[in-house]
Design a protein around this ligand. Structure first.
Ligand code: GLA
Length: 682
């Protein structure tokens, strides 16, 4: 599609046919270009096994085509109809506790159950055969937010096959899982089960392998549908919408290589941190997309359910958050959903057309956004970011295991803090996978990377030797890929690189005092949650613990290694202290007013500056160029209204490398390209 995609999930099956005509008229008024149709329409499409009722969908697609609106046609497999569960009891998911779930919500399926696999492929094929030549068809949207867990016998059988392929032999598996502990040694593959509810602590390596397996098994279900769609419509891109949450057993780095366009759903759940969360999600999507365009497939137009209560979006926030996504490479903005439902489980979730109808603040904002987006369509090219955060879902999964030294040392907290500190410092962050290409980045932050394979240790070492700067934080590099501790002192995989040896971990009940060395900066700072007994083995101490069991021992260190430097932070710092460490590592905060976000894009001979004001006061930034939002020229300075934004085509000097590729693909499909740092003046 030319230009930016704009639209949302369209669920006409919820409405009488006369409403469809009003829908298309309103979509045209709002500048909608793309709608996702049919995500949850399986029971309308196949009301009984093998009997398809396409008439209504024919009429919907014809109406949309006549209105000039393209369709992102979904396969409906995220919500099998009632008949399916009744006919195929064994395809309903089973919880870890052994409860078989029933139909009544959505996502009641098991991706390993043969009847579900067959029914999914059959409905995908029927859709593709029917609509392969339909003029409205622009893209396939397989399923919805893959992420259902199951522990049934089909899963157990598939898990065993997966384990055979991964470990090769039972001896290797027993060794990897350390099954000698608590008499868990397996003598036969059939003895192995998914990590179902058990009496006390489960085996951490078994749980970790299960999450890896679930990601692969789910991906297999996606691939089966994709194969059918490819066969029948080779030129139509295929995607699925990624969602990020602790319940999602999907390794997005691996999945990203399987979609033609990375698509994410994003619902910030903290009103005060919504802008920060939006930047985080969009930076992740950009990384998964390997620098290629990606698409914000869902966001909320109005009220959004956050798990405990509903949150309304403030006036202007729909556009502000959308522009944050576009700044980071989204080729448009889509919503869940076009029209707010009048009933059903999510009746209170906002829509582009709210319950109040088009005469509403929300619809007016939607219409205004539809007019704005075409003006931003010229923006292409890489996002300028030369600082990356290492993001490894397997370390995350491993750190969620019970039985670790501290349940407060949470991976996502560490990851979010790294991003937050950069974001508040005006630094646009990239994300990289440990096996990805790091050389485009000047500095790489490594928050609590618990699992480090030998290959990752070698890659991080080579990165520093060649001149990179690494900032590693506590509880990194201590375990191998089977979640087994590396012996001889922590952080086993990174000891030499960091020039330290950690003898023991001391989780903290109370904050501890740390005294930075040197004259600049605060006299003391605090560390919390975690501390370590660090011995210098070539590194220099930048700060030391004061008082307590670790009095006088190093807390923050720096080690020169090859042409680069490796910093180590052995406790959790607050954001200000972390910012100071980053400054020492060569990442100074940008001189922008607090609450103002800048993102730079660089295309073929053109630069753009996205400037977003997340404060309640007017702000001024230094820039010269043309604001695509208003059409006005900025000469040296531009004023941003409270909550306002500008997208300036600028002739300003670009001083960072234009990184257009990112580390991508946990299995070595990195597509990063390194460009020389250059000053470019147009
Ligand atoms: C997800 C789903 C949608 C809808 C929204 C709103 O992103 O994909 O179907 O449920 O959440 O909560």
């Amino acid at each position: 599609m030319d230009g930016l995609c704009y639209g949302g999930d369209y669920n006409p099956e919820q409405w009488p046919e006369e409403v469809w005509h009003e829908d298309v008229a309103l979509m045209r008024e709002a500048g909608v270009t793309l709608v996702t149709v049919g995500v949850f329409s399986w029971s309308s499409l196949e009301p009984s096994p093998g009997r398809f009722t396409f008439g209504w969908l024919d009429r919907v697609l014809d109406l949309l085509a006549a209105g000039g609106i393209k369709v992102n046609l979904a396969t409906p497999t995220a919500s099998p109809p009632p008949w399916f569960g009744l006919a195929h009891h064994d395809a309903l998911p089973v919880t870890a506790g052994g409860t078989r779930l029933t139909h009544g919500s959505r996502d009641t399926y098991c991706v390993c159950a043969p009847p579900y696999r067959e029914a999914s492929v059959r409905v995908a094929r029927a859709l593709a055969e029917r609509y392969r030549d339909h003029p409205a068809l622009a893209m396939w949207h397989v399923h919805n937010e893959y992420g259902t867990w199951c522990h049934c016998d089909h899963v157990a059988a598939a898990f065993r096959d997966w384990l055979r392929a991964r470990h090769g032999s039972l001896d290797a598996l027993n060794d990897a899982w350390t099954t000698a502990f608590w008499s868990q040694s397996y003598a036969d593959w059939d003895e192995i089960a998914p990590p179902r509810a058990t009496q006390y602590l489960p085996n951490p390596a078994q749980s970790l392998d299960f999450r890896r397996f679930l990601s692969d098994a789910t991906l297999d279900h996606y691939r089966a549908q994709k194969a059918v769609l490819r066969e029948l419509t080779p030129d139509v891109p295929v995607t699925t919408n990624f969602v990020f949450g602790s319940w999602v057993p999907v390794n997005n780095w691996e999945w990203a290589g399987e979609v033609d366009l990375v698509a994410i759903d994003h619902y910030p759940d903290d009103r005060e941190r919504a802008a920060e969360q939006t930047a985080f999600a969009a930076d992740l999507a950009r990384a998964w997309a390997g620098g290629r365009p990606w698409l914000l497939m869902e966001q909320a137009a109005g009220i959004v359910y956050t798990g405990t209560r509903m949150r309304a979006k403030r006036p202007g926030e729909i556009a502000l958050h959308t522009v944050q996504h576009v700044a980071r490479g989204s080729r448009g903005a889509m919503f869940f959903q076009w029209r707010a439902s009048r009933g059903g489980s999510e009746l209170w979730h906002g829509g582009m057309v709210p319950h109040a109808g088009p005469d509403s603040r929300i619809f007016r904002e939607i219409r205004d956004l539809g007019r704005l987006l075409p003006r931003l369509a010229e923006v292409e090219g890489g996002v300028l970011a030369d600082v990356a955060i290492l993001w490894d879902p397997e370390s995350w999964w491993a750190l969620e295991a019970p039985g670790l030294p501290s349940q407060e040392a949470r991976y996502l907290d560490a990851l979010h803090q790294a991003h937050r500190v950069l974001w508040h410092g005006g630094v646009t962050a990239g994300f990289a996978h440990p096996s990805g290409e790091l050389s485009p980045y000047r500095v790489v932050l490594v928050p609590s990377l618990y699992l480090v394979s030998d290959a990752t240790a070698r890659a991080l070492t080579a990165y520093v030797e060649q001149g990179g700067t690494l900032v590693v934080s506590f509880f990194s590099g201590v375990a191998d890929e089977h979640a087994r501790v590396r012996l001889g002192g922590h952080p086993g995989a990174l000891r030499d690189l960091l020039g330290i040896r950690v003898e023991e971990f001391l989780p903290l009940d109370e904050p501890v005092t740390i005294r930075p060395h040197g004259d600049d900066g605060p006299p003391t700072i605090n560390g919390s949650i975690w501390s370590e007994r660090v011995e210098l083995r070539g590194a220099t101490a930048l700060a030391s613990y004061e008082g307590g069991d670790l009095d006088g021992l190093p807390a923050i260190t720096r080690h020169r290694h090859g042409a680069g430097r490796a910093f180590y932070v052995s406790t959790r710092l607050d954001d200000d202290a972390y910012t100071a460490v980053l400054a020492a590592a060569g990442v100074p905060a940008e001189p922008v007013p607090a609450g103002v976000e800048l993102v730079r894009r660089s295309g073929d001979g053109v630069n753009w500056l996205f400037a977003l004001n997340h404060t309640a006061a007017e702000q001024e930034i230094a820039v010269t160029g043309t604001d695509l939002v208003t059409g006005a020229s900025a000469d040296d300075a531009l004023r941003l209204a409270p909550g306002g934004f500008a997208v300036v085509r600028t002739r300003d000097v670009v001083v960072q490398p234009a990184i257009t590729g990112y580390a991508c693909g946990a299995r070595g499909s990195a597509t990063a390209s390194q460009e020389d740092v250059k000053r470019r003046e147009q």
